[in-house]
Design a protein around this ligand. Structure first.
Ligand SMILES: Cc1cc2nc3c(=O)[nH]c(=O)nc-3n(C[C@H](O)[C@H](O)[C@H](O)COP(=O)(O)OP(=O)(O)OC[C@H]3O[C@@H](n4cnc5c(N)ncnc54)[C@H](O)[C@@H]3O)c2cc1C
Length: 365
């Protein structure tokens, strides 16, 4: 650790948008350990592009050690928290003075970056070798993946099955409508109000029956539904009583877990009333880091920064990409789709911007 850095221990659990940023903010102010299930940070919304264009992932998968020059990284899921330590699945214990929970959502992605790159190549191979593709789940992931496949492989038959009454239920009905219209215009078959029993499907299966009795044939399928919150591991820990009925951690206005002086929680895993966005997760990280630095310096609790969730009327735009050039964007007072909102996100999917935020070059040289 460099001279001047504190010897107080900060443990960050979860190396997604929130945890990565928090660890970066804190690395020169404390002895920081980042515990993540994997060795790398992944720009979450770049996944679908990486499935149709695997080299895209070279920039969107970033080793944690590339942006954390003054922190320790351990790639193993956290499985327990006590008053003073975090335990990992590998059997290691990390003592903390301050703890940050940033476990967002859980994905079954490989531990190493190399294997994740290989996974994208395999996904791409499956898409290329299929003439029909089934996408299960019409949230952001399923819509963006269907759109990427429809845009890059217009000759393939894409079917999107969603159990809800409309796509993109996290956004308003106008966004759902515009996304649906766009997908249909590209020939995607969208089945709303249909579900597929995920426990009953297997790799290589080509015929699927939905809950409403429709039969779909597809050469390959991708499940884009049921990504759980990353908090089930907390259910038998010190923090079990701090979870709400949805499994979210209850936080106060300073982003500390309610009733806990030295435990913060940030990102998608918290119970704040706002759309779950990387944009907000990053703001949480900045506020929590500011507060922790204050406390580490012996500052007064009353001086801590307050995080105010943005109301729907003041929320940051939520943008869902529709292929490489178009998107649907929900602003507080309007929702638009087409090439103009596509300029915000769809070409680079904010990957260069994410890399800059982590102190890295936009491109790999
Ligand atoms: C398809 C899609 C498109 C999106 N587009 C946008 C967009 O355009 N703009 C935007 O602002 N937001 C967007 N979002 C939302 C954004 O991705 C999330 O809000 C953001 O990723 C939340 O960050 P997080 O760090 O809280 O959680 P995550 O990014 O989910 O990261 C959680 C991390 O914790 C790790 N973890 C989980 N459990 C454990 C454990 N027990 N031990 C150790 N590590 C653990 C995981 O491996 C992961 O690294 C999109 C989301 C999706 C799905």
């Amino acid at each position: 650790m460099e001279a001047g850095a504190g010897d107080r221990k900060v443990v960050v659990v979860g190396g997604g948008v929130a945890g990565a940023m928090l660890a970066k903010h804190m690395q020169f102010d404390a002895d920081v350990v980042l515990i993540d299930s994997k060795e790398y940070y992944e720009v979450p919304w770049a996944r679908s592009r990486s499935m149709v264009e695997p080299p895209f992932a070279e920039r969107s998968l970033i080793q944690h050690t590339d942006y954390l020059s003054n922190a320790r990284v351990t790639a193993s899921p956290a499985i327990d928290v006590t008053e003073s330590e975090v335990l990992t699945a590998e059997g290691r214990a990390f003592a903390y003075d301050y703890l940050v929970i940033a476990t967002g959502h859980v994905d079954s992605t490989p531990r190493s970056r190399k294997d994740r790159l290989e996974q994208f190549k395999q996904d791409n191979k499956r898409i290329r070798s299929s003439s029909s593709v089934l996408v299960i789940g019409g949230g952001r992931t399923g819509v963006e993946l269907s759109a990427e496949i429809a845009a890059d492989y217009p000759e393939k038959k894409v079917t999107l099955v969603h159990e809800g009454p409309r796509l993109l239920q996290i956004l308003g009905p106008k966004a759902s409508e515009k996304a649906l219209r766009w997908l249909k215009s590209k020939g995607v078959d969208v089945l709303l109000g249909h579900s597929i029993d995920l426990d009953a499907i297997s790799e290589g299966q080509q015929s699927f029956t939905t809950s409403a009795g429709a039969t779909i044939t597809a050469d390959c399928h991708f499940v884009c539904a049921g990504r759980p919150l990353g908090s089930s591991w907390l259910q038998h820990t010190l923090l079990k009583d701090n979870l709400d009925r949805f499994g979210r951690l209850k936080v106060d206005e300073n982003l500390r877990v309610r009733g806990r002086k030295n435990v913060f929680a940030i990102g998608d895993v918290v119970d704040l009333p706002e759309i779950k966005q990387g944009f907000s997760a990053r703001k949480h990280a900045a506020v929590a880091a500011k507060n922790m630095k204050l406390l580490l310096r012996g500052g007064k609790e009353e001086k801590m920064a307050v995080y105010k969730p943005r109301s729907a009327a003041a929320a940051a735009p939520a943008v869902v990409s529709l292929g490489r050039r178009q998107a649907v964007a929900q602003f507080p007072f309007t929702t638009v789709s087409g090439y103009i909102p596509g300029l915000f996100k769809s070409k680079d999917l904010y990957v260069g911007w994410n890399r800059r935020k982590l102190g890295l070059e936009t491109d790999i040289i």
